[in-house]
Design a protein around this ligand. Structure first.
Ligand SMILES: Nc1ncnc2c1ncn2[C@@H]1O[C@H](COP(=O)(O)OP(=O)(O)O)[C@@H](O)[C@H]1O
Ligand SMILES: [Mg+2]
Length: 255
């Protein structure tokens, strides 16, 4: 068991610009192993950009320029030998479910197959484990061969989470996962995240500040490409965070 204060990710003076327009303006902080780090902030603050920088999917955005340093497990991600290995280490859940037009089983088995797993018993195990972890197994275990896209919205989002978990990521990033699902499913997934915390590092970008309050050990407030405040969640949500702006955002005075 690793100490909860081990640095999993170090972000040092990270700057991102799109075609010369600044989206992240030099932010620095660490993310620890086995914490849930909440990231809150109004639209256009740079939250999604930050996640894309961490798994280097910004590589695919033409015109995106990245400056500064991100280290994962102490290694500078700009110079990692194998960027696929880096991306496998990081599970990413997008705001809307992104199922493939495949069966439930094949959706979850997709990434492991891409990584070369061929043994059907091993694939069965991975599919079951991932669906159990995503709290979807009981609902789908009798129809693994039916289309993933036939599931309800909330089930599809849990399928997306199962897919992200299929390659046993050490870091799980969620980008506003509850934007298109009902509150009951949201609470269900929140329980899933709580149970995953002991096994991985979770970065929870959320448009719902109360979600960060419920789940996050620490919360970062991003605004306009700057890190306004990062502290223990109870401090960020207290009557006296360090910055007045944090108080105003958390209490719905703007944003
Ligand atoms: N692919 C892109 N091309 C150009 N500008 C972008 C792109 N993605 C994001 N931006 C801009 O970068 C800023 C931060 O966006 P984003 O990271 O999506 O913020 P958030 O997730 O907090 O809403 C915004 O001004 C947005 O318009
Ligand atoms: Mg976003």
């Amino acid at each position: 068991m690793v100490s909860p204060m081990n640095k999993k990710i170090e972000i040092i003076d990270l700057r991102v610009a799109y075609a010369g327009k600044s989206a992240l303006k030099g932010i620095s902080f660490d993310i620890f192993e086995n914490e849930i780090l909440g990231i809150i902030g109004p639209a256009q603050s740079g939250k999604t950009t930050l996640l894309k920088a961490i798994n280097r999917t910004l590589d695919f955005t033409t015109g995106a320029e990245v400056d500064g340093t991100i280290k994962v497990d102490g290694e500078d991600i700009a110079t990692v030998k194998n960027v696929y290995e880096l991306r496998r280490k990081i599970g990413m859940v997008a705001p809307l479910p992104v199922g493939l037009p495949l069966s439930i089983y094949d959706n979850v088995a997709f990434a492991p197959r891409m990584a070369g797993v061929r043994d059907s018993k091993k694939l069965d195990e991975i599919v079951e484990r991932s669906l159990v972890q995503a709290a979807l197994w009981d609902e789908v275990k009798d129809r693994l061969q039916s289309l993933g896209t036939k599931l309800s919205g909330g089930q599809q989002q849990r399928l997306t989470i199962a897919r992200a978990l299929s390659h046993e990521p050490e870091i799980l990033c969620l980008d506003e996962f509850s934007i298109a699902i009902d509150p009951v499913t949201t609470m269900r997934i929140e329980e899933v995240l709580k149970s995953l915390r002991s096994q991985m590092t979770i970065i929870l970008v959320t448009n719902l500040v109360q979600q960060a309050k419920r789940l996050a050990n620490r919360t970062a407030f991003l605004f306009n490409g700057e890190l306004v405040e990062l502290d223990k969640t109870e401090v960020v949500f207290s009557e006296s965070p360090s910055e007045q702006k944090t108080y105003e955002y958390v209490n719905g005075i703007f944003g």
